[in-house]
Design a protein around this ligand. Structure first.
Ligand SMILES: O=C(O)CCC(=O)C(=O)O
Ligand SMILES: [Fe+2]
Length: 310
């Protein structure tokens, strides 16, 4: 889409499908950002970066380490081909237990990113009235810089999200939330790391049932990624982007206060998982015949509940 109005944007977000917005007014970052500009603006800053010998980052098996670099040194390493792959996902200043916010961690360049009017972000930094306020509330703004060919594990986030591509092209592969049973999940992440591998169906036969959506983001494109949609991104070139998570007004009370990344399950879902584990612990104490019977009764109950959702 181009030239979106806020009504059109609202109705697209409501549809809960990913879509690309081309050339929206995200500010001067789209014209100014490059290594020389960052060098002039940013004197010295330490960043913690994922570094791996593999371009396919795997969070489950952790095939990377975290290394601290000076930001400008990191940009140099990340943009050259030296056999290592680098990925910066900006985090809070003092520890990872702080929400990423460009204005706080990168104040020198934060004003280069503006939010198009159609998103209707609330002007108040900490709106005292998030429940009643008609505007959207920004949760975090995250700077994402990757080496060419680097891809990020397939995962979902619990918040609505716009991923803005600023430098380089990026391929994004998405799967709808209904594909969860086919993605071999461990929490919010898929075990399937190489989505291009030829023998996926041998190791992951259910993956055949998944519906894959693909797009390539050019600089200036932004992608709406609905909450709970699985996504995997691959930088086709040295890539700089920013993404913005915002809170769904209907879920304000449901988000986990300890969520610093926009990806912690809703509190009630976490309770449900805990209780499900407890239920299974109880049933697993029974002899097989009874265990089988009661587990199938539980599944029937869950299926009935699932079918009642339109
Ligand atoms: O491309 C990336 O660096 C990951 C983007 C992502 O996971 C997101 O926007 O939620
Ligand atoms: Fe994500």
């Amino acid at each position: 889409f181009e030239n979106l109005t806020s009504d059109k944007f609202d109705s697209l977000v409501e549809q809960d499908l990913p879509f690309i917005i081309r050339q929206a007014a995200f500010g001067s970052c789209l014209r100014n950002w490059n290594k020389d500009y960052f060098g002039q603006k940013i004197a010295s800053k330490q960043v913690s970066v994922h570094v791996s010998t593999s371009p396919l980052l795997d969070f489950i098996n952790k095939n990377f380490s975290y290394c601290v670099y000076d930001f400008i040194e990191f940009l140099k390493l990340c943009s050259e081909e030296n056999g290592l792959y680098y990925y910066l996902r900006s985090i809070g200043n003092h520890s990872s237990k702080e929400i990423a916010n460009l204005s706080e961690q990168f104040p020198e360049i934060a004003n280069d990113v503006e939010y198009p009017e159609f998103i209707n972000f609330c002007a108040e930094e900490n709106c005292p009235n998030e429940n009643e306020c008609p505007n959207r509330h920004l949760f975090s703004s995250v700077l994402r810089i990757s080496s060419r060919n680097l891809s990020i594990w397939t995962h979902y986030d619990v918040m609505e999200n716009i991923l803005l591509q600023i430098i380089g092209r990026k391929k994004v592969i998405l799967f709808p939330p209904t594909d969860a049973p086919f993605l071999y999940l461990k929490g919010d992440k898929s075990e399937i790391i190489d989505l291009e591998a030829h023998d996926l169906d041998k190791k992951y036969p259910m993956f055949n049932n998944a519906t894959r959506y693909e797009c390539i983001l050019e600089p200036g494109d932004s992608l709406f990624i609905p909450s709970m949609w699985f996504h995997n991104t691959k930088a086709l070139e040295y890539s700089i982007g920013v993404n913005f998570f915002w809170k769904n007004p209907q879920l304000i009370h449901h988000y986990d206060r300890n969520d610093f990344y926009g990806n912690k399950d809703l509190k009630l879902a976490t309770h449900a998982y805990v209780n499900l584990d407890k239920a299974l612990q109880h049933l697993n104490k029974l002899p097989d015949k009874y265990r089988k019977f009661y587990i199938s009764m539980c599944i029937a109950k869950l299926n009935k509940s699932l079918k009642s959702i339109s």
